[in-house]
Design a protein around this ligand. Structure first.
Ligand code: CUA
Length: 363
C-alpha cells in the first residue's frame, strides 16, 4: 500500500513538473512563443497535429480501459462467448471512415501551409520604379559562423542579422563548406544551407527585439556540421523600417573604412598587420556571393563588432572574452578556421581589443 502511494507521489510530481516546465521558454529562442507570421503558422500546425494525435490516443485508451473493466473473465465467467461481429458493415465503415477523416484533417492544412510557406514568387518583384518590393538577404553559412549579404543594398554583415519589422524578408541560403541549417526558432524555419544549391524561403519578424531580455533573437545552426556545431550561433535584431533605413545608410557610409598600419592607434595598426587579411571593417561594397564559388570573406565582417551581443557567437561580449578568444580560438570553438594569436603583449592585446570594441556604427 505504502509502495503504491510513493509511486503515485512521484507520478504527481513529474506531472506537476512537466506542466510547470511547459510554461517556461525564452521568448528569444522558443518555437512555442512565435514572433512572426511564419512562426505562428508553424505553431498552429504543431498544435493542430498534436491535438489530433492526442485525441486518437485518448479515444483508444478509453476504449481499452472500458473493455478491460467490462469484459473481465471473473465477471462474465469462463464460458462467455462475446457477440460475434465478423463482417459487420457498420463497424467496418466506422473504422475506415474515421481514420480517413483524421488523415484529411492532418493533410489538408499541412499541404496548404507547405505551399504557402514555400512560396517565394514575390522574391524578385519590383515596383513601377524598378525598386525591389521585398528585402532579400543572402545567407552564407561557414564553419562556424554566418555571413549576411544584402545584395540590393550593397551591405554585408556577419553574425548579426538586422531586419525590418513587420515585412516579409526573403532569404537565399547557401553554405561555403559543409551542410548547415538556418534556424531562428522564435521566427520560423529551419531550412538547410547547402553547398550545391540555393534554398529560398521567407520569414516575417513581428516583434521588436529590443523588448527581449537580451535585445536580440537567437539563431542556431540546426544541422550537425562539425565539432563546434552547437556553438554556431547568430543573433537577430529587428528594427522599425525607418531605423532599418538609418542602419543601412550608416553601413553604406563605412565604404572607405579600413585599418591603417601607420595609425597612431596601436590597436588599429595591429589589426591592419594581423587581422585585415581575413576580417573587413567596412560593411559596404558589392558582396561576393552568388558567383562561381560562394567565397565571400575569409572571416566574419567586423564593421559592427562593438555593437554585437556576443564574441564568436556565444561568448560574453566583453574584452576579457575577446582576449581569451584571440589567444586560443581552438579551445573555445574546436575546428574553426581562425588561428590563435599568442604573441601579443598584454599592452598590445589591450590596444587590439579596445580597437575592436570601438568598431561601431551605433551612436
Ligand atoms: Cu553549422 Cu551546425
Amino acid at each position: 500500500m505504502m509502495k503504491g502511494f510513493k509511486k503515485w507521489r512521484l507520478f504527481a510530481l513529474l506531472t506537476a513538473l512537466s506542466i510547470f516546465l511547459a510554461g517556461c521558454g525564452q521568448q528569444e529562442l522558443s518555437t512555442l512563443l512565435p514572433a512572426g507570421e511564419v512562426a505562428s503558422d508553424q505553431f498552429f500546425l504543431l498544435l493542430w497535429s498534436s491535438g489530433i494525435m492526442l485525441f486518437v490516443i485518448l479515444v483508444v485508451v478509453i476504449i481499452y480501459v472500458v473493455a478491460l473493466i467490462r469484459f473481465r473473465r471473473s465477471k462474465l465467467g469462463e464460458d462467455h462467448i462475446p457477440e460475434q461481429v465478423e463482417g459487420s458493415s457498420t463497424l467496418e465503415l466506422v473504422w475506415t471512415v474515421i481514420p480517413i477523416l483524421l488523415v484529411l484533417l492532418l493533410a489538408v492544412p499541412t499541404v496548404y501551409y507547405t505551399y504557402k510557406l514555400g512560396n517565394v514568387s514575390a522574391m524578385g518583384e519590383v515596383d513601377e520604379d524598378g525598386n525591389a518590393e521585398n528585402l532579400v538577404v543572402d545567407v552564407t553559412a561557414k564553419l562556424y559562423w554566418w555571413e549576411f549579404d544584402y545584395p540590393q543594398l550593397g551591405v554585408t554583415t556577419a553574425q548579426e542579422l538586422i531586419v525590418p519589422l513587420d515585412e516579409k524578408v526573403y532569404f537565399n541560403l547557401v553554405a561555403a563548406d559543409v551542410k548547415h541549417s538556418f534556424w531562428i526558432p522564435a521566427v520560423g524555419g529551419k531550412l538547410d544551407n547547402n553547398v550545391e544549391n540555393v534554398n529560398k524561403f521567407y520569414l516575417s519578424f513581428e516583434k521588436d527585439s529590443r523588448d527581449l531580455d537580451e535585445g536580440v533573437f537567437f539563431g542556431k545552426c540546426a544541422e550537425l556540421c562539425g565539432p563546434s556545431h552547437a556553438l554556431m550561433d547568430f543573433k537577430v535584431k529587428t528594427l522599425p523600417r525607418d531605423e532599418f533605413d538609418d542602419w543601412v545608410l550608416a553601413m553604406q557610409d563605412t565604404e572607405a573604412v579600413t585599418a591603417d598600419a601607420d595609425s597612431a592607434d596601436q590597436g588599429e595598426a595591429l589589426f591592419a598587420e594581423s587581422c585585415i587579411a581575413c576580417h573587413a571593417v567596412s560593411g559596404a561594397g558589392d558582396p561576393d556571393y552568388m558567383g562561381v564559388e560562394h567565397a565571400g570573406a575569409v572571416g566574419p565582417n567586423l564593421t559592427t563588432f562593438g555593437d554585437r551581443n556576443r564574441v564568436a557567437g556565444f561568448m560574453d561580449h566583453d574584452e576579457e572574452s575577446l582576449k581569451n578568444w584571440i589567444e586560443d580560438t581552438q579551445k573555445y570553438k574546436p575546428g574553426n578556421l581562425m588561428p590563435s594569436f599568442t604573441d601579443f603583449t598584454d599592452e598590445e592585446m589591450d590596444a587590439l581589443t579596445g580597437y575592436l570594441m570601438g568598431l561601431t556604427i551605433e551612436e
